[in-house]
Design a protein around this ligand. Structure first.
Ligand SMILES: CC(C)(COP(=O)(O)OP(=O)(O)OC[C@H]1O[C@@H](n2cnc3c(N)ncnc32)[C@H](O)[C@@H]1OP(=O)(O)O)[C@@H](O)C(=O)NCCC(=O)NCCS
Length: 203
């Protein structure tokens, strides 16, 4: 065979292999139930996503264990490599001292705002909210709202009594119809002040 044709056909075969194998290779490393909604340009590595999660466009998740009913706004980044800043160079081409194998845990029913970054190994507990643009370096307590860089607790979402009712209902383990029924049985405080007087369709 003409060596030029041989070389070209090898390149075409290689490109076809990358095209067909790479998406399947990446899918094999993750678990994403069919009930989830995943936006465009989402990248997942070694992640286990719960049922009924929403992952906004442009999110990047590395080695994440996520519970049911989580919502991620666009461009959230969770986990990812800690390059070896404590050694002579941070480049992974010069050493393998970086850390990229620690799980980051996101509890059920967590909402993470746009462009937030959650550091590898952190635990964001059930029912919490991470504000837009936050940089989360430490564990986030259950049912709290954290904001800022670095993220700090702004407030708790509910009183102890309501949290107890939510915990007893275990709604996040149920299918949506049953979960909604459980939530309808709990009376929550009124909306935030800035929403008062606005025309909002209650669903
Ligand atoms: C975190 C969040 C839920 C808080 O909402 P809230 O309780 O109504 O907050 P408020 O507007 O009452 O603000 C309370 C304080 O927190 C601060 N704050 C609120 N959100 C903040 C944020 N993302 N980063 C830094 N500070 C924030 C406010 O400046 C205010 O500070 P002050 O008391 O010193 O004035 C909301 O601000 C947010 O970030 N939502 C995410 C929106 C988003 O990403 N949507 C994408 C589509 S899913």
């Amino acid at each position: 065979m003409n060596p030029l044709v041989y070389k070209r056909s090898r390149i075409v075969l290689f490109k076809l292999r990358v095209l067909f194998e790479w998406p399947f290779f990446r899918l094999k490393q993750n678990r994403v139930p069919l009930s989830c909604r995943v936006g465009t340009n989402v990248t997942l590595y070694g992640s286990d996503i719960g049922r009924y999660c929403y992952i906004g466009p442009g999110c990047i998740l590395n080695n994440v264990d996520m519970g049911n009913y989580c919502s991620l706004a666009p461009h959230v980044q969770i986990g990812g490599m800690e390059h070896a800043w404590w050694w002579g160079s941070t480049s992974p081409f010069l050493s393998n001292r970086h850390i990229d194998n620690l799980k980051t845990r996101i509890g059920a029913d967590v909402w993470i705002g746009a462009n937030a970054v959650v550091r590898q190994s952190v635990s964001v507990e059930r029912g919490s909210v991470v504000g837009a643009g936050a940089v989360v370096l430490n564990d986030v307590p259950p049912y709290s709202i954290v904001v800022g860089q670095p993220a700090r607790v702004l407030k708790r979402r509910f009183s102890d009594e309501i949290i107890e009712q939510l915990e007893n209902s275990r709604f996040w383990e149920l299918e949506p119809k049953e979960a909604k029924r459980k939530l309808d049985d709990i009376s929550f405080p009124s909306k935030p002040e800035w929403l008062m007087g606005m025309q909002i369709a209650e669903k």
